[in-house]
Design a protein. Structure first.
Length: 390
């Protein structure tokens, strides 16, 4: 007969599992991931640790909603059907107010439960724990539908409470890291402003003086005037080269704060909140680490995404806009698709359509060795597809 299980050994294994799961979240910070990506690591680890089908983590904002809300066990298609990020009502609002763990055999029978959207999965057994930093509630993490029969028990609650305490450290560190990146960006932009003033401005000032001298010599000494004009041309070329170098360094601040994937996600989420149409975002495959992408490629992808999104919002009269970022073999692919009125392009990449910024997007693609294609027809919507090497 097998020897009886040792409770102390089982407890030690549980704690080892917690430490291993937490280390994944901490390592996510050291890999320079965004706060949202750290939250995703935490949720995924918690679901695996406690064998739950569903897991979610919400970070509240000051407007009665959630600044961040990530979930495990729900596909992008299900999220799109469920609708907007939940607000601070029902059980989620109660947990934020009360700041205490909640463990239930069936959440639907609790008086604090209100309702779910139509497409929301059915949750039964429920375990939720606040993530706190002192007296401050940073967020809530909750699990549901434990795969092991019997639901969540007291040991699970203790385990998730321990995990939440360590998760608070990971979240705080991720926020501090992002803040540090923001300060670094500010310092870098101040440095580049000084370089722009010291290098380009001084060269343009000298250029102006030399041009005046050339104009004064034009009638009196044409030979010396020609030499001065040559100097003007050379100095203008040098100024242009230095200006381009500075401009290349001026990348959007959100890329430094959040990385490419999260920057595009936030852009889509912002337009979804501000406009009546539904704007969704999905990332597919295993996109390369932002640090492996050339800075100019990150900028090009973000700018094309922004241009394509705003074109769809302004001109498409669409009910839905879908943004997809995927890694396909050695390429990073961005697709922005709407179900709007479409158009009849009369040139490559729709160049005959004025006011849509398509030539500009095409130029950005070509500048980084990528390709831009635009597919559209009247009444059949539009798809903008950017493919860049990665």
């Amino acid at each position: 007969m097998p020897e009886p299980a040792d409770p102390a050994a089982a407890c030690e294994r549980d704690r080892d599992a917690v430490l291993y799961a937490v280390s994944s979240a901490v390592l996510a910070v050291t890999r320079h991931l965004s706060v949202r990506e750290v939250l995703q690591v935490i949720v995924r680890s918690a679901a695996r640790l406690l064998d739950a089908k569903y897991a979610a983590l919400g970070v509240p904002d000051d407007d009665g909603a959630f600044a961040e809300f990530v979930a495990e066990g729900i596909s992008d298609e299900q999220w799109a059907a469920i609708g907007p990020t939940p607000r601070q009502h029902g059980m989620l609002g109660a947990m934020l107010r009360e700041g205490t763990p909640v463990r239930l055999p069936d959440i639907r029978r609790d008086p604090r439960f209100e309702w779910w959207p139509k497409a929301h999965p059915i949750l039964k057994d429920f375990l939720g724990v606040p993530i706190t930093d002192g007296a401050t509630v940073l967020g809530i993490i909750f699990l549901s539908n434990k795969r092991t029969p019997g639901g969540f028990d007291e040991a699970d609650e203790e385990l998730l409470t321990l995990f939440a305490a360590h998760a608070a450290i990971a979240i705080t560190n991720a926020r501090l890291y992002e803040r540090g990146r923001e300060l670094t960006v500010i310092e870098e932009r101040t440095r580049m402003a000084r370089e722009l003033h010291d290098a380009v401005s001084q060269k343009l000032f000298s250029l102006r003086l030399t041009a005046r001298a050339a104009a004064a010599l034009a009638r009196k000494d044409p030979e010396r005037a020609a030499e001065a004009i040559e100097r003007v041309e050379r100095m203008a070329g040098e100024a242009l080269t230095e200006l381009r170098a500075v401009i290349v360094e001026l990348r959007p601040a959100e890329l430094d704060r959040h990385g490419l994937v999260e920057s595009v996600r936030k852009q889509a989420a912002l337009l979804d909140r501000l406009h009546p149409m539904t704007v969704t975002f999905s990332a597919e495959g295993e996109p390369p680490d932002d640090r492996d992408l050339a800075p100019e490629i990150e900028v090009a992808v973000l700018r094309v995404a922004q241009e394509a999104l705003h074109n769809a919002v302004r001109h498409a009269r669409a009910a839905r806009i879908d943004v997809r970022l995927s890694h396909q073999e050695a390429a990073l692919v961005l697709e922005v698709t709407d179900d709007g009125v479409g158009f009849d392009g009369t040139g490559p990449n729709g160049a005959g359509v004025h006011g849509l910024g398509l030539p500009s997007m095409s130029d950005r693609a070509q500048a980084v060795g990528g390709t831009l294609t635009v597919s559209s027809a009247p009444g059949r919507g539009t798809t903008v597809r950017l493919e860049v090497p990665a």
